[in-house]
Design a protein around this ligand. Structure first.
Ligand code: MSP
Length: 642
């Protein structure tokens, strides 16, 4: 039987570095969905990647003193390592600097030009560089970018425009006919009221103010707007407009674009309009999830509340982190991370409920049956209650996952675990053993082993490693589908269990919180020290901005009514410059005439005491005594100093 294709994507991540736990949220959720769908018989294609072009990357690379390519290569390594650490099972990783992607973006622009969806004009707007987004005056919040709250700048440039306005009515009609397209529903209203109703304007889709991007094939001065470049990844990764387009034929349209709420508008307005212009089918769903906050604040470097996923996984293991993200955050709304919430959740669900069930059951099977899972005898009503709970859970979890609610799915799976723990107390196996009731004891052990098998199978998409360990303990091969949990009774009697170590160790929350605070304090101190060092250091490009030249003093006079100021006429090559300098208390005008000094040539002109000054004479401050800088040998004026 051919499997039904299922195409799921995360946004492609900005190559900005400092990936925090919030960034992991989209990818971990998609991973759980992708793994669930694979086990549920779908032919899944899970795409993620990196968004590597744009002004921001170019600026950051310049600041770091490396080429943009080197900059994005380093960050690519970082994010691949992060996804490995979090056990992310993507099928493809796309980089927007991959040549097949760049070539296809160019073909997309050509197609849009040919269909008349692109035209050339001039753009003037308010641009937020970090978000790579233009805003209208009315969209600003307190005059700042509504997404990140930073300053916007006025930018004017010759640009190509996409006829977005042309698609307004078709978009509205599409939303009406596909009410599930933008989810949750609240986000649909937000898009319609805030963006569509005020009227869609044509979209500026090329830039000339920087060059780190895909060059437009028909006008090489322009690079593609990063959002068009980025959104197109969802089809270029599948082979759209490329010789091998089998994946595109099979997987497009996407079943699910999972994105954070701040980028829903790009995915539900610009992206579908572009696809309409390309005459392609539209994705089935865009889900805008909420943010993971730190307490009540957005995680951000400037707030200093970044939670490092590498640190957490190293300290607690990958599954407590995956479990926390999937279980604790109400899907669709914002959720909050605190160390305490992570530790309490880990202790309650993973250590107490799951860990105890597995260790108690394997210990009892070891103690009472020499480690072999016994054959069950007649099932009582109590057993049947557990059996039917196990058999019903897959369909409940399937519905939860179709609703994209991992917290509900986990709550349903944990019902089996919690019910089974209660069953141990109700059946009191130690009493059955004491009373020599081996038949009943065998049934109870079998029911427990089966409950664990059901739970571990269902948990596999969420806490991948732990589930595999549980199967090792049960002596059963870890399944890669749900077929084995269609019916209770799949465990073969006689299978040998292996108790081994505890799945999770209980965390002493107070002690751990104290330690984490100490670590955070140390790290903050270190970060501040690092920032200070970084502030003090400049790279060669910064230095190159200062133009220093030699200059000969032609004349020098005191500035009227000033004790400190001298006004110089300097010969700089062929040019004569007037410069004001505050060295009158250290040098007389006569002394200065004929001297060679070093001039900062490209300082903005200023008026000092009403006298125009075009540059600055370099001096040393020798404990309050001012000494002007001069070449060690006679040098002609206008020579570059570096
Ligand atoms: N490059 C764009 C996406 C282009 S897709 C065609 C981008 N990248 S991002 O790196 O800023 O964000 C990647 C994902 O991480 C987004 O889904 C974003 O919402 C998510 N998160 C970043 N910080 C987050 C939290 N604090 N909480 C939850 N998710 C957040 O946007």
């Amino acid at each position: 039987m051919t499997k039904k294709p299922y195409y799921i994507t995360t946004p492609i991540y900005y190559s900005s570095g400092n990936f925090h736990l919030g960034h992991c949220y989209t990818t971990v959720i998609c991973d759980a969905i992708a793994r669930f769908k694979r086990m549920d018989g779908f032919d899944v294609f899970y795409l993620t990647g990196t968004d590597e072009h744009g002004q921001k990357v170019q600026q950051r690379a310049e600041k770091a003193g490396v080429t943009p390519k080197k900059f994005v290569d380093d960050l690519y390594e970082q994010i691949v390592a992060l996804w490995k650490t979090l056990d992310i099972s993507y099928d493809k990783f796309i980089r927007t600097t991959d040549s097949y992607h760049e070539l296809t973006v160019q073909k997309v622009y050509e197609k849009l030009l040919a269909s008349g969806d692109i035209y050339k004009s001039e753009y003037e707007g308010l641009y937020c560089t970090p978000c790579e987004a233009f805003w209208t005056e009315s969209q600003l919040v307190d005059g700042k970018c509504p997404d990140c709250g930073r300053e916007v700048i006025k930018q004017k440039e010759e640009s190509y425009f996409f006829r977005l306005s042309k698609y307004q009515d078709r978009l509205i009609k599409f939303y009406e006919q596909n009410p599930e397209f933008i989810s949750p529903k609240s986000r649909m209203n937000e898009m319609i009221n805030n963006f569509i109703k005020p009227g869609l304007k044509d979209l500026c889709i090329s830039r000339t103010t920087f060059d780190w991007g895909v060059k437009l094939p028909f006008d090489q001065k322009h690079v593609a707007y990063v959002w068009v470049d980025a959104l197109t990844n969802y089809i270029t990764a599948l082979g759209y407009l490329q010789p091998d387009h089998a994946n595109f034929d099979k997987y497009w349209p996407a079943d699910l674009h999972m994105v954070g709420k701040e980028i829903v508008r790009f995915h539900t307005i610009i992206w579908p309009a572009l696809l309409m212009a390309l005459d392609l089918p539209l994705p089935k769903k865009v889900y805008g999830h909420g943010w993971l906050l730190f307490g009540n604040d957005k995680m951000s470097k400037s707030k200093g509340n970044i939670v490092d996923p590498f640190f957490l996984v190293d300290r607690y293991g990958v599954d407590p982190i995956r479990y926390f993200l999937l279980r604790e955050i109400p899907f669709g709304s914002d959720g909050s991370y605190t160390n305490e919430a992570l530790l309490v959740r880990t202790n309650a669900d993973l250590v107490n409920d799951l860990g105890n069930l597995v260790s108690r059951t394997t210990a009892m099977i070891t103690q009472y049956f020499g480690g072999e899972i016994p054959s069950p005898n007649t099932y009582t009503d109590l057993d049947k209650e557990l059996i039917s709970l196990c058999e019903q859970t897959l369909s409940k979890v399937r519905t939860d996952m179709d609703n994209l609610s991992a917290p509900d799915a986990l709550t349903d799976i944990f019902r089996i675990i919690q019910r089974a723990n209660k069953y141990i107390d109700e059946t009191a196996p130690w009493t059955l053993n004491k009373n020599g009731d081996k038949d009943r004891l065998a049934t109870v052990m079998y029911v427990l082993a089966e409950c664990i098998r059901f739970a571990a199978t269902l948990l596999k998409p969420f806490i991948t490693k732990t589930s595999n360990i549980i199967f090792e303990k049960l002596g059963i091969a870890s399944p890669d589908n749900f077929k084995g949990i269609a019916k209770f009774g799949g465990t073969v009697a006689g299978t040998k269990v292996n108790k081994g170590e505890n799945l999770f160790n209980r965390i002493d929350v107070n002690k751990e919180l104290k330690e984490l605070d100490e670590i955070a304090e140390k790290q903050n101190k270190q970060t501040k020290a690092d920032e200070k060092t970084a502030d003090e250091l400049i790279d060669i490009n910064d230095f190159a901005k200062v133009k220093l030249v030699t200059a000969k003093v032609l004349s020098c006079e005191k500035v009227a009514k000033s004790d400190k100021l001298l006004v110089f006429k300097l010969q700089v090559g062929d040019e004569i410059r007037q410069v004001v300098s505050g060295i009158a208390q250290h040098y007389s005008p006569e002394y200065m005439v004929g001297k060679t000094v070093v001039l900062v040539k490209n300082l903005k002109p200023a008026k000092i005491r009403g006298v125009e000054s075009n540059g600055m004479i370099l001096c040393c401050d020798d404990d309050g005594k001012v000494v002007f800088v001069s070449p060690e040998k006679e040098v002609a004026c206008g020579k570059v100093v570096r």
